[in-house]
Design a protein around this ligand. Structure first.
Ligand SMILES: *Cc1c(COP(=O)(O)O)cnc(C)c1O
Length: 402
């Protein structure tokens, strides 16, 4: 091949095989090259026996899918470009016009916005249920209910529901359950093995995970996963994923693969620091309530204990405080701004601690009685030293509120 233009594209050199390193190599592709036409016609991506197109999987995406299945105790996995896209993929694959989806009132807010702004336009209705009242869920399940979302702990207010009872109710009524498992990260509890004494074990049907959070661990990657233990259910999710073209970039997949070996250590560190700080906040008179599932007075603590304590005992790195109602929102905003190590920003799971004030009245259809009146601020605890974080909270309280 004389012309370097062509020779640089069709280069004969291939490196020797047998390279072994701590991390797997990264394969990037839209086009996948087939050895011949017959192979092109015979390769099947649905069962992962062959490669056909970048969107349908590469060795890099398959590797992450397998590791996430190991993490969460599932058998099949689909990767998506964000956690929210993963939630949307579940809805689009499993719901049709005329169906109803039930969502806990403390769900991740964009998940509610998806139901309100998109699903409603396709004739899919939704209702919110009280996550701390299984009877409310039972009463809201109708013949049109096709899917029930679960979240443990709930977003922002961190109530821990009676997950086992909610799953039991849905199983008894033959309604599919999908758990947003971002908080538990596959470490705080086993989503597919919630109910003891069943063989095979009983748990949720679908587990969604915003890999953006702890699995990525850097605050620099957006990705989501949908994990199942049922091949037929997985195929529905995978076909919708294929038809919608929800691909993920190989460099982002590699970033998550790189972060996974330290996931358990990081989760424990976030958890330990968050518990120490939440405990310290309990002793401060500025706060009317501290929300963290491992605190005995936090809503749903007994359920957290039942579900999480018997396995790993984890509780993520999030907690929220409700300020005494005597403080104005302006003072509370000033408190957030006075923090130096805690930065104001959405998302969580990275090394940097974050703070975010939330307006609960706009987030909940019913303001629950278990939440004290007052303004709420959510902390996402990073990987900084606990003493520095506590000192930061203390100086900001003194500066902004006293
Ligand atoms: C962050 C988050 C998501 C969405 O993840 P993105 O990748 O930001 O879209 C979904 N559920 C929960 C509970 C989350 O915290």
């Amino acid at each position: 091949m004389a012309d370097p233009t062509t020779a640089l594209i069709h280069h004969p050199y291939t490196p020797p095989s047998g390279f072994v390193a701590p991390q797997p190599g990264v394969f990037k592709a839209s086009t996948v090259i087939f050895p011949n036409v017959a192979a092109m016609r015979s390769f099947e991506w649905k069962d992962k026996t062959g490669y056909t197109y970048g969107l349908h999987g590469t060795p890099t995406t398959y590797t992450l899918e397998e590791r996430l299945c190991t993490l969460e105790g599932g058998l099949q996995c689909v990767l998506l470009p964000s956690g929210l896209a993963a939630i949307a993929n579940v809805a689009l694959a499993l719901l049709r016009s005329g169906d109803e989806v039930l969502i806990p009132d403390n769900a991740y807010s964009p998940s509610k916005a998806l139901a309100e702004g998109e699903l409603s336009r396709w004739g899919i209705t939704h209702r919110y249920y009280d996550p701390l009242n299984p009877q409310d869920l039972a009463a809201k399940i109708s013949p049109r209910t096709r899917l029930v979302w679960l979240e443990a702990a709930g977003s922002v207010t961190l109530e821990f529901p009676d997950l086992c009872e909610l799953v039991r109710i849905c199983k008894a009524r033959s309604v599919l359950t999908a758990l947003d498992n971002t908080w538990g990260a596959g470490l705080a509890f086993a989503p597919f093995d919630l109910l003891p004494g069943f063989s095979p074990p009983l748990g949720v049907d679908v587990s969604v995970h915003a890999l953006t959070k702890y699995p990525s661990g850097g605050g620099d990657v957006l990705m989501g996963s949908v994990i199942t233990r049922d091949a037929a259910l997985h195929m529905k999710l995978k076909l919708t994923h294929m038809r919608l073209g929800f691909g993920v970039g190989a460099n982002d997949v590699e970033a998550v693969l790189r972060a996974l070996p330290s996931l358990v250590l990081r989760y424990r560190a976030h958890d330990e620091t968050a518990r120490t700080l939440a405990q310290w906040c309990l002793s401060r008179q500025e706060f009317a309530q501290v929300l963290h599932p491992a605190l005995p007075d936090s809503p749903g603590h007994a359920h957290w204990h039942q579900v999480c304590q018997k396995s790993f005992g984890g509780a993520a790195g999030l907690f929220s405080v409700i300020f005494q109602p005597r403080y104005s929102q302006t003072r509370i905003d000033a408190f957030c701004d006075a923090l130096k190590l805690f930065k104001t920003g959405y998302s969580w799971g990275g090394p940097v601690s974050l703070v975010m004030p939330y307006e609960l009245t706009t987030m909940r259809s019913d303001l629950p009685v278990h939440l004290k009146p007052g303004s709420l601020v959510r902390f996402s605890v990073g990987l900084e030293a606990v003493n520095d974080l506590q000192a930061d909270l203390e100086q900001a309280l003194l500066r902004a509120l006293d």
